[in-house]
Design a protein around this ligand. Structure first.
Ligand code: CTP
Ligand code: MG
Length: 240
């Protein structure tokens, strides 16, 4: 089992002035947390971290301790869009390790930005691919009503919320299907399963987790810090 971890984004919306995956949450970078979380799930053997070109050497040393226990941890350079970064990661995996039918039986793609993702969804995704699904995504119900709008922001529709799901990572794939989806991909997609859908292949959902949220804004970063380091309970207010 191998995972590609795209971590080459600039983190514009977080606005910290450094690539987002290298921001520390409670003293450990998001990238190290994301990769360690996958390896700690017990179902991931090898990882490809995809990072900005200027961060490759730093990443090699950040991830070196995770190579213990025989895990293959490859570092490669990302591209302009997430799709380019994942494609680079898949290429690095193919050139350094056997992918496809003869090698890994499952490939995962997991955002470094979802660095608190627990093991549960990862295991569910992998089990479901191993049970025969070609593509599997962890999801949560959508809590807000979602509107579709036109270019002027005028509402043109309200999809039935009960049929909507918010999609997380890690997403899991039959390796041959994921490679075919990336081969066929003309333009960018916001998630990897979207490329599989374009091939007309089914994508199965499993239950995600609240802690698998994506750290996108400064508020998300504060929430992540809080979840790792909740403040001590306040002393009881004195009663009369
Ligand atoms: N990513 C990547 N290569 C890119 C763009 C994004 O590897 N060219 C990665 C990010 O590092 C992140 C994941 O894809 O782990 C999800 O992307 P997002 O949350 O949008 O991160 P950024 O692109 O860094 O953030 P922003 O869009 O605010 O700049
Ligand atoms: Mg982005």
């Amino acid at each position: 089992m191998a995972a590609v971890v795209p971590a080459a984004g600039a983190g514009v919306r977080l606005g910290a002035g450094v690539p987002k995956a290298f921001i520390e949450i409670d003293g450990t970078s998001m990238l190290v947390r994301a990769v360690a979380g996958l390896l700690d799930s017990g179902v991931v053997d090898d990882v490809v971290a995809v990072v900005p070109a200027a961060r490759v050497r730093e990443t090699e040393s950040l991830l070196a301790p995770l190579r213990a226990d025989g895990h293959l941890v490859v570092v490669t350079t990302g591209g302009a869009e997430r799709t380019d970064s994942v494609r680079n990661g898949l290429a690095a995996l193919e050139s350094t390790a056997p992918a496809g039918d003869a090698g890994y039986d499952v490939l995962l793609v997991h955002d470094a930005a979802r660095c608190l993702a627990p093991a549960g969804p990862t295991r569910r995704v992998v089990e479901t691919v191993r049970a025969g699904a070609g593509a599997v995504v962890p999801v949560l119900p959508v809590v807000d009503t979602v509107k579709e709008v036109d270019d002027d922001g005028v509402v043109i529709g309200t999809p039935d919320r009960s049929a909507l799901r918010a999609v997380q990572t890690p997403q899991g794939f039959d390796p041959a299907l994921l490679l075919a989806a990336y081969d066929a991909a003309g333009d960018v997609a916001t998630d990897d399963a979207g490329l599989v859908e374009r091939l007309g292949e089914p994508v199965v959902t499993v239950e995600g987790h609240a802690l698998s949220f994506k750290i996108t804004t400064a508020d998300d970063r504060m929430l992540a810090e809080f979840r790792l380091n909740p403040p001590p309970p306040r002393p009881e207010e004195p009663h009369d």
